[in-house]
Design a protein around this ligand. Structure first.
Ligand code: C5P
Length: 311
């Protein structure tokens, strides 16, 4: 008898996102350092008869049809493992949407992990990553979480030492979102002359690019140094387009954040602190400087896990 599963699906921030070249599949060659944070959606899966897939979400702007990544994850699993049945997916949305925090990717990762459990498939982490990569570039990371180096499209993962002593204040205007394809397309229009053009040049950028200092700081688990080496190429296209995002970044800097950066394709900006009290103070300072009810400010902690089974 199959029963229901409830999973925790953490958001991610990018400590580094470097665009180093084009790929034949139309995507970009990336070097990223991804970090899970404690802000998480809760995803519940219940078995259904037949091959029905139903999706419910308490956030009015989340589509509940086949365009939702969580729905597509369930469909992919049904195609791979026919006859296992249907599923009702209920998403309790805590991660801001269209934010650069991989909320949709995290939900899809939770569906993959949850159906593996519900259907007793015993998939390995590598098999889960393969299915995840078919759905989106960030989804393999969302499955395993923690701190990781991500190469290729973002799906080639190497786990890194945990950085679970840092706090991130996340700030995002609710009414503002950035379409990831727009951010990458605009970057290509403006900066493609800087792309590496052959495998040797790509490898050199991977080995000698912006990630060198950050990876060294992470390997020493140096929480003071890590925030000094944050990097995100997509800031070059998103910040000029959205000055209010630049403003948040400047404010975090003036409040003495250990580091501040836009996450992914934005528009969420995060400021880092080494204690909860400092993070909460920074959140209050930001709220006071920008008393706009449209601005969502969340205090969260780095976490070392991806999808977790709650019950
Ligand atoms: O893989 P995912 O669906 O998250 O990617 C969203 C969009 O971001 C892609 O359609 C593409 O425009 C862009 N992208 C890219 N290179 C990557 C990852 C994403 O150009 N490595």
């Amino acid at each position: 008898m199959m029963h229901a599963y409830t999973l925790k699906a953490p958001a991610k921030i990018n400590l580094l996102l470097e665009i180093i070249g084009d790929r034949p599949d139309g995507f970009h060659e990336l070097v990223m350092v991804m970090q899970s944070v404690n802000l998480a959606d809760i995803v519940e899966l219940q078995p259904l008869s037949g091959d029905r897939i139903e999706l419910f979400c308490n956030h009015p702007q989340v589509p509940c049809d086949q365009s939702n990544l969580a729905h597509r994850a369930a469909r992919l699993m049904q195609e791979q493992f026919p006859g296992k049945g249907g599923v009702a997916i209920t998403i309790d949305k805590k991660i801001p949407i269209g934010a650069g925090l991989a909320g949709g990717s995290a939900d899809a990762a939770a569906v993959l992990v949850g159906l593996d459990l519900m259907w007793g498939l015993g998939l390995t982490q590598a098999e889960l990553h393969t299915y995840a990569a078919k759905l989106g570039s960030d989804i393999p990371f969302c499955v395993s979480g923690g701190t990781a180096l991500a190469l290729g499209r973002g799906e080639e993962l190497t786990p890194l030492p945990d950085l679970d002593q840092l706090y991130a204040v996340l700030a995002k205007y609710r009414s503002l979102s950035v379409a990831t394809p727009w951010a990458y397309k605009t970057y290509r229009q403006q900066f493609s002359e800087s792309y590496a053009r052959d495998p040797e040049a790509l490898e050199k950028r991977r080995r000698e690019g912006h990630s060198v200092e950050l990876l060294a700081a992470i390997s020493h688990r140096d929480s003071q140094k890590v925030p000094q080496y944050l990097y995100n190429d997509l800031e070059k296209v998103v910040l000029p387009e959205h000055p209010q995002v630049q403003e948040i970044r400047d404010l975090f800097q003036s409040f003495g954040a250990l580091g501040t950066m836009m996450s992914g394709s934005g528009p969420t900006v995060f400021g880092l602190a080494d204690s909860r009290s400092k993070a909460e103070l920074m959140a209050t300072q930001l709220q006071t400087a920008l008393p706009d009810p449209d601005l969502e400010i969340l205090v969260t902690k780095f976490c070392s896990s991806g999808i977790q089974l709650l019950s």
